[in-house]
Design a protein around this ligand. Structure first.
Ligand code: G6P
Length: 372
């Protein structure tokens, strides 16, 4: 009913709008006044966490993209090698698992069969499993050694939005917590990141307030057949997520690529007026990456692409090459997915509506897939 949708036409719109609260709720009570993490709910003892020598993340769909982002943060902050794998592929390739391997299973519903089977396999091999889950008491957390709940609240729309943002936040909490427990690299950067994390909710709010031009752009592209997405570093999984949203909702051919791969194939797809969304990392920090992606934008534009550029406020270098420019607030690179994903959700939702699709219940999809 309209009341359940909180006055929005679709659950998806409501859930997109709830993201600032979802993010804030997921951080709530987990960082103390001195900036230390208090994840007592993670019942894996510190002694065990100190011994972990490999992390393997398993998940499906949107949760897999959260896992891809998490890998960058985990390896950077903890120096523990981290792999991320589609849950449906995992157990069939005889993965190397040991008691010192920590498996992180990410799932909004907690009922995805592929993810459940992956974690069962991991536990059979003696690995510890930590679930990141949005549904209290669901099967995946019940069968795991520990759980860190995301506090997104119930997500009804089939295409995941607020759960995704909270999964990324929860993964960062796990990464920072591992850093804290192990005493690795527990330096100024990590304290700064924790401070910045507490700003993210407000920054997501800011993004939501500036989405009208993105909706307009989406409507103008409703008769296109293909949209490509490019990103680098954590912007790469953001590009994949933007493409997934468009497939799920708008039933369009959409693909995400690592921008550095462009020259190894995808550039052949560029043709006159093809919309290409490019997620640009902050020019502060990893400026080499930033400059490389700006030259990618020039390359595709020279071949006729219609460039839709998502870039940080104050980044003037992209202005000459952006047919459409979407601004996101300044964040550290690792946190950028939390703001950069939001315009892509809005874009896909509006494009789907413009094409007359059922936004909350896309054809052929289920909210939770309980078969392998
Ligand atoms: C289904 C949904 C996706 C979701 C995926 C994983 O395919 O349509 O939106 O990302 O399952 O779901 P989970 O509940 O495990 O996060």
């Amino acid at each position: 009913s309209a009341a359940e949708k909180g006055g929005y036409d679709y659950f998806m719109l409501k859930e997109i709008a709830e993201q600032p609260k979802a993010v804030a709720d997921t951080l709530l009570g987990r960082i103390d006044a001195s900036g230390l993490l208090t994840l007592d709910e993670v019942r894996i003892p510190a002694t065990v966490l100190r011994e972990v020598d490999k992390i393997v993340i398993v998940a499906c769909g949107t949760a897999f993209h959260a896992g891809m982002i998490a890998k960058y943060a985990i390896e950077h902050w903890t120096r523990i090698p981290c792999e991320v794998e589609l849950a449906s592929e995992f157990r069939y390739r005889d993965p190397i698992l040991a008691p010192r391997t920590l498996v992180v299973a990410i799932s909004q519903s907690g009922e995805t069969m592929d993810t459940l089977m992956a974690l069962r396999h991991a536990r059979e091999q003696g690995s510890k499993v930590l679930a990141i889950c949005n549904t209290n008491g669901s099967t995946i957390p019940r069968e795991s050694d520990a759980v860190l709940y995301t506090h997104a609240g119930p997500e009804v729309a089939v295409a995941s939005t607020k759960a995704f943002l909270t999964q990324v936040v929860a993964c960062y909490l796990v990464a920072l917590y591992l850093g804290q427990v192990r005493g690795t690299k527990w330096g100024d950067e990590i304290l700064a990141v924790i401070r910045e994390l507490s700003q993210i909710s407000r920054q997501v709010e800011q993004v939501l307030e500036t989405m009208e031009p993105v909706r307009e752009l989406a409507r103008s592209l409703k008769d296109k057949n293909t949209v490509l997405f490019l990103g680098r570093h954590v912007g790469y999984p953001v590009a994949l997520e933007g493409a997934l949203k468009l497939k799920e909702l708008a039933y369009m051919h959409a693909e995400g690529f690592a921008a550095g791969e462009l020259k190894h194939g995808p550039i052949a797809l560029i043709e006159e007026d093809l919309p290409v969304v490019v997620v640009v990392p902050s020019p502060r920090g990893r400026s080499v990456l930033h400059d490389k992606i700006v030259s990618n934008i020039q390359e595709i534009r020279a071949r006729g692409a219609r460039t839709i550029v998502i870039a940080e406020e104050g980044d003037e270098s992209v202005v000459p090459y952006a047919d459409h420019l979407v601004r996101v607030p300044q964040t550290p690179t690792l946190l950028q997915p939390l703001v950069a994903t939001v315009p892509l959700q809005v874009f896909a939702c509006e494009l789907a509506t413009a094409r007359g699709n059922e936004v909350d219940q896309p054809r052929n999809l289920a909210k939770s897939v309980t078969v392998e």
